[in-house]
Design a protein. Structure first.
Length: 58
């Protein structure tokens, strides 16, 4: 089974998450881990990311 290199996609997603959080310093591992879970297929992480991006009208 060939391996898939997700590094570029994870890097882009981690950068997006970091910017969305206000560019905090010292949390790069947190954003990389979250992006990795989302990109590499953790369904719970994908669901959480989608939930956070939803706009709810009140």
């Amino acid at each position: 089974m060939p391996t898939v290199d997700y590094d570029a996609a994870v890097r882009d997603r981690a950068y997006f998450l970091w910017e969305q959080a206000g560019r905090p310093s010292g949390r790069e591992h947190e954003f990389w881990a979250q992006a990795s879970r989302e990109i590499e297929g953790d369904p719970k992480a994908k669901e959480e990311a989608e939930r956070k991006q939803r706009i709810v009208a009140r």
